[in-house]
Design a protein. Structure first.
Length: 94
């Protein structure tokens, strides 16, 4: 984070945002799926940019399409700085 002078008495704060590329997102998904396969798990993975837009997603063979939706919801909740556990607890109580 940097602060820049913008004239008399005016400053602006500049935030550096790191964006995940599509190639990096695909690599992250492949690594997560390889780890899941080694542990005999079935998973779905969604990678988002800092603003909550999907960069890439995927699910392993045999995993329900609904699980991919849950992965996307959990990823979006994480971009908000919230715990996905508390999110699902709130959903269950409403």
């Amino acid at each position: 984070m940097q602060t820049e002078e913008r004239g008399v008495g005016m400053t602006a704060t500049v935030h550096e945002v790191h964006v995940v590329t599509y190639d990096t997102a695909r690599s992250l998904i492949a690594e997560a799926m390889a780890h899941a396969k080694a542990n005999d798990w079935g998973i779905a993975v969604t990678v988002l940019d800092p603003w909550g837009a999907i960069v890439a997603s995927g699910r392993m063979d045999g995993v329900s399409p609904a699980i991919l939706e849950i992965a996307a919801d959990k990823a979006f909740t994480a971009t908000l700085g919230k715990s996905t556990r508390s999110f699902f607890e709130r959903m269950a109580s409403s």
